[in-house]
Structure formats: structure tokens, C-alpha cells
Ligand binder design. Structure first.
Ligand SMILES: Nc1ncnc2c1ncn2[C@@H]1O[C@H](COP(=O)(O)OP(=O)(O)O)[C@@H](O)[C@H]1O
Ligand SMILES: C=C(OP(=O)(O)O)C(=O)O
Ligand SMILES: [Ca+2]
Ligand SMILES: [Mn+2]
Length: 655
């Protein structure tokens, strides 16, 4: 006899000619009611219960400044409809003059045909008969699932980051960037020699736009991110990014400012839209195209089209170009710099080209991080343009860069890294895919972040240069005109690295430490910087994060620990009090002592064993600076012609 503990017994009815038959005394079956049961009638309902009503992914609530516009009192249904109409309008073909039929949500979750949310179409084409599903502002978890299910090369690493591949392109393609020459902006923009703005006409832009839109509309689903740029509430820009890959959507989720659910409700029409059709090439028979990659910026239409490259940095830096146009028009200086703030409220900017240390050095356990790469300097102070950081990961070590190391966790996009197959431990030394391995994480993954990411006027301006010639001093204090000279020059020298046997460093001069992103003539930004520095009494420094004791191949890279000591001495004001000596050729003021840094390394010639070699290399670099600056000799910086003269005189002298 058995009891089910509920008093409902059953017994065996034994028949002489067969197996015993089980008889239950009541109609009730055995049931396990020790745990409560789910209130669903089928498995679909059970799965539906698992997911609570969606809310938008947000930056921590207290981080975003309150929006001044009142919330609309639309019904949820009406609001969703408007949202999808807006996306449909963004994706509209300009030749068929209508947007695609769009529907919100993952196609995998829909069983019956969705109802169209846009008005019936006038034209009949195959694309008009299908729906494009819009995955709107998905959360990192949802994007992980999309990536892992549908994108080859997506993996979860042992620390929870999403490892992904950017495809054939693992870096930016500056030669494939085009800017539309149109009447609203053409007179403001910098064209011609040295300029990053390679022109394109309006018609050709539309050809590429149509190509991108048709590609995106041909897909079953697209990702749409509606987000913000710039933490300064008065100069915030609304951006929409339409992309085909979950990787791209998560990257921008991390890199742009994440709206709160309330801000998203009131988002309305974006100020700028990116069409990222990176998996699809441009047509090389199209006028102005010189490869199958094209990144096209149209300031009049407020649009950017990406074809033929999946490198995500292209979107982030594309928006930075936009800000380099929009902000100066409002009297705000856009800066390719990192930025942090000390306990005393002292703000430092870190200018530098790629790989010189903006991200590494602005991430400092003793200071609040404002941002690692893109900022604005207005009359109110500084503000970060972005909501995330994009750190280089090659040779990343936990002991040297613990904050960045720890930021590589769930939610972080890890591009082009190599990991062990089973445990998924990342090998940061592995360059098999590229040397430009990257991690993109929301800025609040850095523990001592300053939210909102704004600060007062900068006290120190640090110009970073990775001098692979090894002749620039580890640190020097700049005069006002030297600052302008070095800012306009934008020097760095990296090693070729990837090419076997290449030992010779190549000098790169990139105006304003970001020539690839500026839209106006470099002297416009330089004049603004000069004015702001003078007005707020900032001090500028040139810091060499590159080689010491010889050029690449002979010398060694400056120890990160030493560079950090130098930076600390700048921040705490002690370096301002130091004794200085002047260097030959460049006439730089070099401190004789810095706490924690071996004094013999401060004077670069002392660190070189071959003095003649040092002098020759120094002269060689001086000559390269002079040659680069020739093009600026005819330009005026600001209204003060004295300043232009002084800047020209502040460069190296070869006597
Ligand atoms: N002395 C140094 N100062 C700064 N960075 C250094 C130094 N030595 C090595 N590095 C490495 O150089 C790289 C600097 O890159 P990063 O900070 O990402 O540059 P950026 O943000 O300017 O593109 C990092 O990988 C960092 O670990
Ligand atoms: C994303 C980039 O920025 P940085 O290397 O300065 O971090 C880039 O230049 O492609
Ligand atoms: Ca950069
Ligand atoms: Mn960086």
C-alpha cells in the first residue's frame, strides 16, 4: 500500500490471469504540491512569463541631467507607433519615396504575420511586401543573444565580455572617408591638401545612401539605437544608428550616452542618423569610389552612410567628425583628448593620436574619469561627448591597467581578440587577428567615473606623443606659443610593427592631434584653444610615452609606471615648481627632477649611449617638424597676428 501523503490511497486489484491493475480510489492523480505551480495554460505562456515588460537600457538614473522638456501624454500604443513611423522614415528609399513596412521586435518571436505599423504603400515592389523587423534599443543581454545566435565569431569570454570579429577591416579607413560638398557647409570646411575631407557630390551620396538603405531593408531585421552625444545638456545631440549587426548595436550602446526610459519616450526625430551597411560593399563603378569601402558624411542631410567596413570605430569617429563641425559653430571647442579630474577639482586634458596613451593615462585610480577620447570645451567647462571608452587591449596586463582589465566583463564588446577555445580566457598578447584589439565598455564600468561626465575648465593640458625616435624628453613644460606649435603639428612616431624587418620609426603629423576627424582648418581649432587656455590660465606639457635610450630597436618604451609618476607630478602641481633646463633644437624646458623617475632618463641624451646618434636623430626629427609646418606658414591663427609669428618661431631650430 502506498500513500501519496494526501490521504488518497490506491491498491492493487489482483486478477488471477493477468498483471495487477492499478486502480486509484479517486479521480485525482498523484501530485507534487510542495511547490507552488505556475499560472499558465501552455508552454508559450510560461516562456512569456520569463520576460518582464521591456524597459530601455539606461545609464545610471542619477547620471543623466534631467531633460527640460515635459513628457508627452501619449498612450503606449501611440508612442510605439510614432517610434516605428520615425524608423520607417529613416529607412525610406528616396527613389520610391516611401519607408519600408517596419514592425517592432524580433522576427524569431512572432508566429503570425505582424500588422503593418506604417500606412499602406502606393508602390508595389517585393521589398514593399515584406516586413523589416526593428530591434529598437535592445539591452546588452538581448544583444548578446542576437549576436550568439546569428553572428558567426561571437563568443562569451571567461570574464563575460562578448568577443566578436570586425571582419576584413580591423581599423579605420581614412582614405575611404568622403564629405559631401554642399552649399550649407562647403565654405566652412577645410578642403584640399592635408585635409581629411575628400569631397563627394550630393548625387553620389544618394547613390550610396540608397544602396545602404536597400541593403538594410532587404534584411529580416535591423538594429536601431536612439542615443545621445555630449553630456553638456545644452549641447546634447540626438543620434540614431541603424545597423545590421548586434555587435554594432552593442558597441554604440556602450559608446554613446544611454537615454533613460523617459528620455527615450520623448526622443522624437534624431539630429543625425548613421546607416551602417558595413557588410555590404559600395559599388566601385560609382563616382568618387576608390575601393569597396566608403564612409560618407552629409552635413546637410545630417546623415552618414557606411559601406564595406564593419570596423565599429568608424561609427564612433564618424560622429566625432560631426561634432568637430557642429560644436565650433557654437563657439565650443571639440577635442581629441582624454579627460579626468582630481579631488581638488583640477581637470586635465590628454591630447594624442591613436596609441599615445589617452585612454590608459586618463584612467587613473586617483582621479575621476570624465572621458577617454572625445570632449567639448565650452564657456561652462568640459564635457565628454561619449558614454563609453574604447581601450586598446594589446598586451593588456592586470597589474599595469587594473581598471581597464576589470572593465572587460559582461556587456563589454571585445573586438578581434584571441581566446583559449575551452575556458575562453583571452590571450591579450596574441596579435593573430590584429594588433588593434579593442574593448568597448560603458564609462561607468570604470569605478571612479565622474557622472555626469562634465567638469570645470582644465588646469593642465597634456600633449602626448609616442616618439619612437626616442629623442623627445619624457616631459617638458611648454610656453603658450610652443603649445600652439605642437598642437598644430600633432606629432607622433609609431613603429611599423607588422612589417618584418622594419626598424625605422615613421613620423606622423596629424593636425590638432586628430587630423582624421577635424572638419575646419586646423588654425580654427588652434585659435580657440589658445584663447581658452589664456582665459583660464591652463599650463601645457609635452609628454613622450614612446622610446627612451635610443630609437625603436635600440632603446625601450618608456615605463608606464614612470609616465604615471610624471603625470602625477603635473597633477599635484609639484612639476610647476621644479627646476628646468632647455634642450637643444626643440628648446624645450625639461625638469631636472621628477619624484619617482630616474633623473638620468629626464634628459634624453643622457639615456642614449651613442651621443652622435642622438644628435643626428634629434636633428632629423627637427627637420621633419619644419617640413611638416611649412604648409601653415601662410595661415593666421586667430585675430592676433603676433600669435601667428610667435607660433612659427616656437618650432625646432636647426641653426
Ligand atoms: N609609458 C606609457 N604611457 C602610456 N601608454 C603606454 C606606455 N607604455 C606602454 N603603453 C601602452 O600603450 C598603449 C596606449 O594606448 P591608448 O591609451 O589606448 O591610446 P589612445 O587612447 O591615445 O589611442 C596602451 O596599450 C598602453 O598599455
Ligand atoms: C578609435 C580610435 O581611437 P583611439 O585609437 O584614439 O583610441 C581610432 O583612431 O580608430
Ligand atoms: Ca583616437
Ligand atoms: Mn583611446
Amino acid at each position: 500500500m502506498a500513500s501519496n501523503g494526501n490521504g488518497t490511497d490506491f491498491e492493487f486489484n489482483t486478477k488471477p490471469d493477468g498483471l495487477p491493475k492499478i486502480n486509484t480510489k479517486t479521480a485525482e492523480m498523484c501530485k507534487d504540491d510542495t511547490a507552488p505551480t505556475v499560472k499558465v495554460s501552455n508552454i508559450e505562456e510560461l516562456h512569456a512569463l520569463q520576460r518582464k515588460k521591456a524597459s530601455a537600457p539606461t545609464t545610471p538614473r542619477n547620471a543623466t541631467p534631467k531633460s527640460s522638456t515635459p513628457r508627452s501624454n501619449l498612450s503606449e500604443e501611440e508612442r510605439q507607433k510614432q517610434q516605428m513611423q520615425s524608423v520607417s522614415a529613416s529607412l525610406a528609399s528616396l527613389t520610391r519615396e516611401s519607408g519600408p513596412q517596419v514592425v517592432k521586435g524580433d522576427p524569431a518571436r512572432k508566429r503570425s504575420p505582424p500588422k503593418s505599423v506604417v500606412a499602406p504603400r502606393l508602390d508595389i515592389s517585393d521589398s514593399a511586401l515584406k516586413f523589416t523587423h526593428v530591434l529598437y534599443n535592445l539591452s546588452p543581454s538581448e544583444l548578446y543573444e542576437q549576436a550568439i545566435k546569428f553572428e558567426k565569431g561571437s563568443f562569451i569570454t571567461s570574464t563575460g565580455a562578448l568577443a566578436t570579429l570586425s571582419g576584413a577591416k580591423t581599423g579605420r579607413s581614412p582614405k575611404d572617408k568622403r564629405v559631401v560638398k554642399e552649399e550649407t557647409s562647403k565654405d566652412d570646411l577645410w578642403w584640399g591638401k592635408g585635409s581629411p575631407n575628400i569631397e563627394m557630390d550630393e548625387e553620389t551620396f544618394l547613390v550610396n545612401r540608397e544602396r545602404a538603405v536597400d541593403y538594410l531593408n532587404s534584411l529580416e531585421k535591423v538594429f536601431v539605437n536612439d542615443q545621445f552625444l555630449n553630456w553638456d545638456p545644452e549641447n546634447r545631440i540626438k543620434v540614431r544608428i541603424i545597423s545590421a549587426r548586434a555587435y554594432h548595436s552593442l558597441f554604440m550602446h556602450n559608446m554613446c550616452i544611454r537615454p533613460t526610459p523617459e528620455e527615450l519616450e520623448d526622443f522624437g526625430t534624431p539630429d543625425f542618423t548613421i546607416y551602417n551597411a558595413g557588410q555590404f560593399p559600395c559599388n566601385r563603378y560609382t563616382h568618387y569610389m576608390s575601393s569597396s569601402t566608403s564612409i560618407d558624411l552629409n552635413l546637410k542631410r545630417k546623415e552618414m552612410v557606411i559601406l564595406g567596413t564593419q570596423y565599429a570605430g568608424e561609427m564612433k569617429k564618424g560622429l566625432f567628425s560631426l561634432m568637430h563641425y557642429l560644436m565650433p559653430k557654437r563657439g565650443i571647442l571639440s577635442l581629441h583628448s582624454g579627460c579626468n579630474m582630481g579631488k581638488a577639482g583640477d581637470v586635465a586634458l590628454f591630447f594624442g593620436l591613436s596609441g599615445t596613451g589617452k585612454t590608459t593615462l586618463s584612467t587613473d585610480p586617483n582621479r575621476q574619469l570624465i572621458g577617454d577620447d572625445e570632449h567639448c570645451w565650452s564657456n561652462n567647462g568640459v564635457s565628454n561627448i561619449e558614454g563609453g571608452c574604447y581601450a586598446k587591449c594589446i598586451d593588456l596586463a592586470k597589474d599595469k591597467e587594473p581598471e581597464i582589465w576589470n572593465a572587460i566583463k559582461f556587456g563589454t564588446v571585445l573586438e578581434n581578440v584571441v581566446f583559449e577555445e575551452h575556458y575562453r580566457d583571452v590571450d591579450y598578447t596574441d596579435k593573430s587577428v590584429t594588433e588593434n584589439t579593442r574593448a568597448a565598455y560603458p564609462i561607468e564600468y570604470i569605478p571612479n567615473v565622474r557622472l555626469p561626465c562634465v567638469g570645470p575648465h582644465p588646469k593642465n593640458i597634456i600633449l602626448l606623443s609616442c616618439d619612437a625616435f626616442g629623442v623627445l624628453p619624457p616631459v617638458s613644460k611648454l610656453t603658450h606659443s610652443q603649445t600652439m606649435y605642437h598642437f598644430i603639428s600633432g606629432y607622433t612616431a609609431l613603429v611599423a610593427g607588422t612589417v618584418e624587418g622594419v626598424k625605422e620609426p615613421t613620423a606622423t603629423f596629424s593636425a590638432c592631434f586628430g587630423a582624421a576627424f577635424i572638419m575646419l582648418h586646423p588654425t580654427k581649432y588652434a585659435a580657440m584653444l589658445a584663447e581658452k587656455m589664456q582665459q583660464h590660465g591652463a599650463t601645457a606639457w609635452l609628454v613622450n610615452t614612446g622610446w627612451t635610450g635610443g630609437s625603436y630597436g635600440v632603446g625601450t618604451r618608456m615605463k608606464l609606471a614612470h609616465t604615471r609618476k610624471i603625470i602625477n607630478a603635473i597633477h599635484d602641481g609639484s612639476l610647476l615648481e621644479a627646476e628646468y633646463v632647455q634642450t637643444p633644437i626643440f628648446n624645450l624646458a625639461v625638469p631636472t627632477e621628477v619624484n619617482g623617475v630616474p633623473s638620468e632618463t629626464l634628459q634624453p641624451q643622457n639615456a642614449w649611449s651613442d651621443k652622435k646618434q642622438y644628435n643626428d636623430t634629434l636633428k632629423k626629427l627637427g627637420g621633419l617638424f619644419q617640413k611638416n609646418f611649412e604648409v601653415y606658414a601662410d595661415y593666421k591663427v586667430g585675430g592676433d597676428s603676433n600669435l601667428t609669428e610667435k607660433i612659427l618661431a616656437a618650432g625646432p631650430r636647426l641653426e
